[in-house]
Design a protein around this ligand. Structure first.
Ligand SMILES: [Zn+2]
Ligand SMILES: [Zn+2]
Length: 371
């Protein structure tokens, strides 16, 4: 039970700023006193012995101690593998420590919360027109009981006495080159300048608790695959009352059955028959706004492009829409009726020679078939 778990420093009977040597001394003394061999059958001693061991294990490891100092027992759980429920989309550890390891953390209490990213799949048309999506987001948010301070209600974090709340201490060293003054993060408060003497029970001094929230996001028109949409302030809450991070939606667009996207241009590969290409036609082609009529000019060549202005994707910043490009693909029938075969043989009997497209070719063709 994390709520009833005693503070590790309290367990070892040492100050929060205790040096590794002091920790070791305290641990040894207590371990000797509560060792099961010395207290056979004494259940309380056995529990104490375990508690001391656990406290020492955590506090003797610099990383784990730092985490514990920052987030209490919940922080300890972050680093461990057992019994902790990681969010599928976000790694909790990253959530807290984005922007450097705890040891490199900038001085000063509040930190901005981590950015979160969600993968979102939308339809082709939704990407063009924009769409609103609602997410049930569970992330860390400021603890309501302590307003994110981490200090028990009615108490406050107090200025660290070792550094007078500065978070930094000056150290003077004698070296071969003379006196060297260095400024280091205060070891007692680990650069925070403040210390929480009585942590909030609800958040174990973290200032953050897991909270679910419904977030509605307006995805702007024109987004494309792999684009990220930023939702300011909907990321994880900031430790020690810091501002929240941002939420990012990583967009993935479902492909359309007929249309393809090339930036702001939408491409449609349009199958037409030989006679439509040769004689011209007015055909209906699909666009994201529904079918539109398009003129295929007589003598259109295979692969020729017809532009339909304003039917492309909008620029997400300006809203200006691109064009749709229709590429004409002349389809050769896979099967001919006897009549078609007869007509083709009459029109252009195979003659064993290549037929490069030349100017006037289709004009002549039109004459041949009587137009
Ligand atoms: Zn709290
Ligand atoms: Zn300090």
């Amino acid at each position: 039970m994390p709520q009833t778990k005693r503070d590790y420093y309290e367990v070892l009977g040492v100050d929060r700023g205790a040096s590794p040597a002091e920790l070791k001394r305290a641990y040894r003394a207590l371990a000797m006193r509560y060792h099961p061999d010395r207290n056979p059958g004494d259940h309380t001693s056995e529990e104490n012995f375990k508690e001391i061991g656990e406290a020492y294990q955590v506090l003797s490891d610099p990383d784990r101690r730092q985490r514990y100092d920052s987030f209490g027992h919940a922080g300890e759980a972050m680093g461990g593998s057992a019994g902790f429920n990681f969010q599928s989309a976000f790694d909790l550890f990253d959530m807290f420590f984005a922007g450097g390891s705890p040891g490199q953390r900038r001085r000063g209490g509040p930190q901005r919360g981590n950015d979160l990213q969600l993968q979102v799949t939308i339809d082709f048309e939704e990407a063009i027109r924009g769409v609103s999506r609602t997410f049930d987001l569970t992330r860390y948010a400021a603890c309501a009981e302590c307003a994110g301070s981490g200090a028990r209600a009615g108490t406050q974090a107090v200025a660290c006495s070792d550094c007078a709340g500065q978070g930094q201490v000056q150290r003077v060293r004698q070296s071969l080159l003379g006196q060297m003054v260095t400024v280091e993060a205060c070891p007692r408060c680990h650069g925070e300048g403040k210390m929480i003497e009585s942590p909030c029970a609800n958040c174990h001094g973290q200032g953050l608790v897991e909270a679910a929230k419904e977030v509605e996001v307006q995805i702007p028109p024109g987004v494309d695959n792999e684009m990220r949409v930023r939702v300011p302030g909907e990321g994880a809450g900031g430790p020690r009352g810091g501002p929240p991070g941002d939420l990012y939606l990583l967009i993935s667009v479902r492909p359309h059955e007929e249309l393809q996207r090339r930036g702001m241009t939408i491409v449609y590969e349009c199958p037409i028959t030989f006679s439509q290409a040769a004689l011209g036609d007015t055909i209906e082609v699909p666009t994201v706004d529904g079918p539109v009529s398009m003129v295929v000019k007589p003598a259109s060549q295979y692969g020729q492009q017809v532009r339909i202005p304003g039917k492309g994707a909008p620029d997400p910043r300006t809203g200006r829409r691109g064009d749709q490009v229709v590429r004409l693909r002349v389809v050769i029938p896979s099967r001919l009726t006897a009549r078609e075969r007869e007509l083709l043989l009459e029109l252009a009997p195979p003659d064993g020679k290549p037929h490069p497209v030349r100017k006037g070719f289709f004009e002549n063709l039109k004459d041949v078939i009587g137009l």
